[in-house]
Design a protein. Structure first.
Length: 859
């Protein structure tokens, strides 16, 4: 009610102060009438003369055309003539539809001016013309005599009264639990729009429910959109959708704690947050942040398009601004997103541009200062240089953030977010490479590149791959490239204004790097020269630095431009600029062009030492292929241990004349099946042995190696940690005895391994097995019944034997076995039973063993 009271107080003040004309901007004629009636009653005015577009002069009470008006001419210019003789004392002259009536109507304007002059001279403070129209049109000739007022939209109390009236009329009942939501839903609309909406909903249902409440909200979106100054933005993003901008996100999270518990915070003396200005580069997430803030604060988001506020009539821009802001206030609590704020202050053209700008700014700043409703403003701007300094001064907004191009950490996060949205997994994703490739990209560029790669994958009918992503990134011309000068300018300004960076400190901004590149301290220049985010032009400058360490840092920089590297690599030996150390650095830089390196190798410019270094890190396949056939074995040996060689390259190396190259390859954990198949047949046992120990070898190839007669191959197989059980069985059953013996000596042997070993075991192997600590019951039994006495004697020594097996051994009656049992610390039998036999018993036993018996001899 406060705003409306303010309006009526202002109306009265202006009337009494002698304003010849008051322009009320409103489409709500009935509410204007009510306010005028209250003014009439309060000041005891005699009458209100009303004119409207349809009928000319009408009766203010019943709106019927007045019959006493001469002629049928109802147009304003004629109607005004009637007032020349009228009694203007203590009266209001109400002109409705003022804009269409006055627009392009020179005669009406001239006659109105005469009337205003008359009022000014003779009736100041007792008569005013009240012009009413939805849009403002104040002709320049009467501008000085007109005061502009706007009728505020119905506040919560007025809306509540309208709901009560709707219920009393039997139109619509609003349950208590939906009352607040219904009032919020209807806030921001004119009384007639509310009336219409209630009638519409009343036709659908007698009692408001959540579903019909949605209809209200939907209709409201339409009405707000129709107003042309505000748009309700639907939000489907959350905090995790922003990659990076950690400072800004953290700040918003903190504000959300206050905004979500605003009543409690206000009671504790906490001021409601006013808003934030987010300035910075296009496509870097400013709009995204406004939407995320709405979801974080759980508030509706109203977008104010500054461009649409600007009107051609005097006062129209300010009025539109006023209207938008008051609409936002009635919708509050809400977020008002003032998009492209700088538009209000630049490129308005026309002679009065600066005046309008100043007034708009003034109005906006005052509103920001005085606003009481819970409207949180998020203003976004690209060109901060266009914003007036008073807007950037501390205190206007709670904080001003600068959003720059994403740094490497942020680019990775943005890539992950957009790849995550695609719900496709990329096999062997090399994120760090993608991050480097999109150095100059804004968030929108990264999103576009991912979308492009996805579209191409779909068109090809393939899955999303690293290559498709790299191609899409490389075919995108980043914004920073196109706007390089502007970017530099903005970033310098950002430095100068000391705006708070939205991103966490993760390196220098471009502006800082430009500054540091010219620093007299070479350590600082070196730091910039090795920064992967350093712009190309700065690197080119630093490549000519008087300090050698700075130049070296440039050539070592992973983002050193190809142009710079090519120039260095092309310097001939005879040139005074030739520098072996710098040449090496340039050649080893991942950005060095492959074709140039190959040519230099062919020309003999790159010596074997450097070729060895290249072999450790060359990324391009063509260059790797070149190195794979290098005349120096050392180069090929270096290459053969790399884990990232493709199959063609491996096949080349598998055929290498140098045994070490092949051996290295056989050891390589990324060995392809094709190359391994070749190496299985290798004439050198060392190569085959290396292969046999390679845990990635397929079962088929391992089975082939089992048949290898070479002991070292078998030994390597045995020690292969990922030996398949079928291969192991083959090996333990049919392998060379030396290999089986080596295996049998292992501390850990499973039961099946023991049984396999026993299958074709000779005495030596059995003896090795007998001492094993954890022999299975079956193996113990089989060894205890072995015809070889030495086997049984050795077994009898084993402390891990079961009582049952010890009995079997004892019952065997062998003297040596019994003696061994007696010495066994794990003996579970009664020693008395094991007491040595008499000599005769012993001889008999011996004879028995020889297949004789005393009886048979006797016979
Ligand atoms: P403009 O000034 O041109 O309006 P802007 O700074 O408002 O640009 P946004 O519209 O927010 O940029 O960004 C465009 C799109 O780029 C976003 O919808 C989002 O998909 C993507 N994007 C930009 N920055 C980020 C980011 N930091 N994290 C994730 N996505 C981002």
């Amino acid at each position: 009610m406060k705003s409306k009271k303010n309006f009526e107080v202002k109306l009265e003040d202006h009337f009494l102060a002698g304003a010849p004309a008051i322009y009320i901007q409103s489409a709500e004629e009935a509410r204007v009438d009510q306010s005028l009636v209250r003014l009439q009653d309060k000041l005891g005015l005699k009458r209100i003369h009303e004119w409207n577009l349809g009928h000319g002069w009408v009766d203010f009470e019943n709106k019927r055309p007045l019959s006493n008006v001469e002629s049928g001419k109802t147009e304003l210019e004629h109607a005004l003539l009637a007032l020349l003789d009228a009694d203007l004392e203590r009266s209001l002259i109400l002109i409705k539809g003022a804009r269409p009536a006055l627009e392009h109507n020179t005669l009406a304007i001239a006659r109105l001016k005469q009337l205003l002059n008359l009022i000014e001279r003779h009736h100041a403070g007792e008569c005013s013309v009240v012009l009413v129209s939805e849009a403002v049109c104040i002709p320049a000739s009467i501008e000085a005599q007109v005061t502009l007022l706007s009728l505020p939209l119905p506040d919560r109390k007025e809306i509540k009264a309208m709901l009560v009236q709707a219920e009393n009329n039997g139109q619509l009942t609003v349950p208590d639990n939906l009352n607040d939501l219904a009032i919020s839903g209807l806030s921001g609309l004119t009384a007639s729009e509310i009336g219409q909406l209630l009638r519409m909903v009343g036709r659908q249902t007698r009692t408001l429910d959540k579903k019909t409440l949605q209809t209200i909200l939907h209709e409201k979106e339409q009405i707000i959109a129709k107003s042309g100054v505000l748009e309700m933005v639907s939000v489907d993003v959350e905090l995790s959708d922003i990659g990076g901008l950690e400072n800004l996100k953290h700040w918003l999270e903190q504000r959300s704690t206050i905004i979500r518990r605003l009543d409690e915070a206000t009671r504790q003396g906490v001021k409601a947050p006013k808003g934030v200005l987010i300035a910075g580069m296009p496509g870097c997430g400013k709009s995204l942040t406004a939407k995320v803030a709405a979801s974080l604060f759980q508030l509706p988001l109203l977008r104010l398009d500054i461009g649409s506020l600007l009107g051609k009539y005097v006062g129209e821009s300010e009025h539109n601004m006023r209207r938008a802001l008051s609409m936002a206030e009635t919708v509050s609590p809400c977020i008002l997103w003032v998009d492209e704020l700088e538009k209000a202050f630049v490129g308005m053209g026309g002679g009065n541009a600066s005046e309008v700008t100043a007034r708009l700014l003034g109005y906006f700043l005052t509103w920001m200062q005085e606003k009481t409703g819970a409207v949180f403003v998020i203003a976004t701007a690209n060109d901060i240089s266009a914003l007036p300094p008073e807007l950037l001064r501390k205190g206007r907004f709670d904080e001003i953030f600068y959003v720059g191009f994403p740094n490497a950490v942020e680019r990775e996060k943005i890539l992950s977010i957009h790849l995550g949205k695609s719900r496709q997994t990329v096999a062997e994703l090399e994120m760090s490479k993608l991050v480097k490739l999109c150095r100059d990209y804004c968030g929108a560029d990264i999103e576009n590149a991912v979308n492009e790669a996805l579209a191409n994958a779909f068109i090809n009918g393939s899955a999303l791959t690293q290559q498709l992503l790299e191609d899409a990134i490389q075919s995108t011309i980043p914004l920073r490239e196109t706007l390089r000068d502007q970017v530099g300018k903005y970033e310098e300004l950002f430095e100068k204004l000391k705006l708070r960076p939205a991103s966490e400190y993760q390196g220098h901004s471009v502006a800082q790097m430009i500054k540091l590149a010219a620093d007299p301290n070479h350590v600082k220049r070196e730091e910039v020269a090795s920064n992967p985010d350093c712009p190309d032009d700065q690197l080119e400058k630093l490549a000519m630095d008087p300090q050698r360490s700075v130049i070296k840092a440039v050539y070592e920089n992973p983002r050193c431009p190809e142009r710079l590297l090519s120039i260095r690599i092309n310097i001939p030996k005879c040139s005074p600029q030739y520098d072996l150390e710098l040449l090496e650095l340039a050649c080893l830089n991942g950005n060095a062009p492959e074709d140039l390196l190959i040519r230099q190798i062919d020309d003999g410019t790159i010596d074997s030492k450097l070729r060895i270094k290249l072999a450790t890190q060359a990324k391009g396949v063509t260059l790797q292929q070149k190195l794979a056939t290098d005349s120096e074995a050392a180069v090929r040996r270096t290459l053969s241990i790399r884990k990232d060689l493709n199959e063609v390259l491996q096949t080349t190396l598998a055929n290498d004349s140098d045994q070490v190259v092949r051996q290295n390859l056989a050891n390589n954990r990324t060995l392809s099946d094709g190359a391994a198949e070749q190496l299985v047949e290798d004439k050198h046992a060392k190569v085959r042995a290396a292969l046999a120990g390679n845990p990635i070898l397929s079962e088929t190839l391992l089975l082939k190696l089992v048949l290898d007669k070479e002991v070292s191959v078998g030994a390597a197989l045995i020690s292969n940690p990922s030996l398949a059980s079928s291969v192991k069985s083959q090996l333990l059953e049919n392998g060379a005895s030396s290999i089986k013996q080596a295996f049998a000596r292992r501390a850990e042997l499973t039961e099946s391994e023991q049984l396999l070993l026993l299958k074709n075991a000779d005495t030596a192997l059995k003896i090795i097995l007998t001492v094993h600590q954890k022999l299975s019951k079956e193996v113990q039994e089989r060894l205890a019944n072995d015809p070889e006495q030495s086997v049984r004697v050795n077994l009898a020594n084993n402390p891990g034997l079961t009582k049952e097996i010890q009995e079997v051994l004892m019952d065997g009656g062998d003297y040596g076995v019994r003696q061994a049992l007696l010495r066994n610390p794990g003996l579970l039998l009664d020693k008395v039973k094991l007491k040595p036999k008499s000599l005769i018993e012993h001889v008999m036993e011996h004879n028995n063993n020889l297949g004789l018996s005393i009886n048979s001899r006797r016979r």
